[in-house]
Design a protein around this ligand. Structure first.
Ligand SMILES: [Zn+2]
Length: 427
């Protein structure tokens, strides 16, 4: 019998259901305190304020934040290089952190000493996870924080965790069955892969598996895929919006309409060129100011585009809600949960002088991302097949992803054209 309590309740009811006046007061108080703290303890934030001739007292309200220049996620690799390891944005010495993570770039991300640093418990509770669940966590545990973010929150909720990480599809199906796993955490496409594999191995997922609840993140969840998971496999599927720098930014509850924003940060949606906050219902870049004293982010530009849902939510949570993500401000995009950036295409080309130009194309088939690297060869290159293998290895090393390499004739890739072409459809 599936548990009936997955769709009810709050993790922290008092905070999640603050009245709008209380919520505004809570947010404003945290914002003022955070700006003052960050200015005093994070040299890079002080420098940015000083350069803009701002003092912490100038920021009293969310609207006042418009005065502060946005720091874009894509800039962090460079800012960190100027001042290792964190570019002056972290307020404690590296040896006082619990963990340091590495994203492609490389970009280093801290995990501070605070308990519940990633604030993911509330998200998983809203997603239907309960004490007593046995959860197969297929997010990666090495370098990136995803695996441990989920792991710590699941333990805090009283779940049992299988730290599976990605890959090993057949073994993962065996584990699902042998251990009567009730919960899944990972990307939606990998969940589908596991269920299909279970079918191929002769199992009837509904009879042979105990899976009931799934938390998915790190890639888009097309509604067609959610429907398939719900109707064919009777799973309770909720998604979250998490990043390696911020942690949780948005999460779904029972009603599946939009992403609630947790109370520990504030989200502005802004015009990516001017930094001015956009009006209700308008699409803008998701810009984060958090209330985290180890790694204060004051106007951190995620590069993701979304819009607010105006109406109050029937679930009783009073936070703002983001609609789904509708795109990116730059060419950087997530492929199989990993960010791919234009700079990585340049890095790959720098290692292969035999190639004149290159472009990455992202497509999607059967709910799986596919990466194609198109390369234009210099004239007179012998043994292009060997080069194809070598190039594939370089791509895997730089992007941490497998790609199909295609050589294209001259003039197919225009000079100065896009480095990354995202041709995916999310229906
Ligand atoms: Zn709600």
């Amino acid at each position: 019998m599936p548990r009936s309590d997955r769709a009810v309740g709050f993790f922290d009811q008092a905070l999640e259901t603050l009245s709008l006046e209380e919520r505004e007061a809570y947010t404003t108080r945290n914002l003022q305190e955070m700006v003052a703290y960050a200015y005093a303890h994070a040299p890079a934030i002080k420098a940015r304020f000083d350069k803009a001739r701002l003092s912490p007292q100038d920021i009293r309200t969310v609207k006042d934040l418009e005065k502060v220049p946005i720091t874009k996620k894509d800039q962090y690799a460079e800012l960190q290089k100027e001042n290792y390891p964190f570019g002056g944005f972290v307020t404690v010495p590296p040896n006082q952190l619990r963990r340091i993570y590495v994203s492609p770039g490389p970009i280093y991300d801290p995990q501070g000493p605070e308990p519940r640093y990633w604030r993911c418990e509330k998200v998983l509770y809203a997603g239907g996870f309960r004490k007593g669940d046995i959860v197969q966590n297929t997010f990666a545990y090495h370098l990136t924080p995803a695996g441990l973010i989920l792991d710590e929150a699941l333990l805090a909720l009283g779940c049992t965790v299988i730290p599976a990480g990605g890959g090993n599809t057949e073994l993962q199906v065996t584990i699902l069955r042998d251990l009567k796993v009730t919960g899944y955490a990972g990307t939606p496409s990998f969940l589908r892969t596991l269920l299909k594999k279970a079918g191929e191995l002769g199992y009837q997922p509904q009879k042979d598996l105990a899976l009931e609840v799934a938390f998915v993140a790190a890639e888009m969840l097309p509604e067609s895929l959610r429907k398939e998971l719900e109707e064919e496999y009777h799973l309770h599927v909720r998604q979250g919006y998490l990043t390696a720098d911020v942690g949780t930014i948005g999460y779904e509850y029972q009603e599946k309409s939009g992403l609630h924003i947790p109370e520990e940060l504030l989200v502005e949606l802004v015009d990516p060129d001017t930094g001015v906050q956009v009006g209700p219902g308008e699409v803008g870049e998701v810009v984060i100011t958090n209330f985290n004293k180890t790694y204060p982010l004051i106007r951190f530009g995620t590069g993701d585009l979304s819009y607010f849902i105006g109406e109050p939510c029937p679930c009783g949570r009073t936070s703002d809600r983001l609609a789904k993500l509708v795109g990116r401000t730059s060419e950087a995009t997530k492929v199989r949960g990993m960010f791919v950036r234009p700079g990585q295409v340049d890095e790959i080309l720098g290692k292969h002088p035999e190639i004149v130009r290159g472009q990455v194309i992202v497509t999607r088939a059967q709910h799986q991302d596919e990466l194609i690297f198109r390369a234009e060869l210099r004239e007179g290159i012998s043994h292009p097949e060997i080069l194809k293998d070598l190039l594939g290895q370089t791509i895997r090393q730089v992007m941490k992803l497998r790609a199909t390499v295609e050589f294209v004739p001259p003039q197919v890739l225009p000079e100065g054209g896009k480095k990354i072409l995202d041709a995916r459809k999310w229906d």
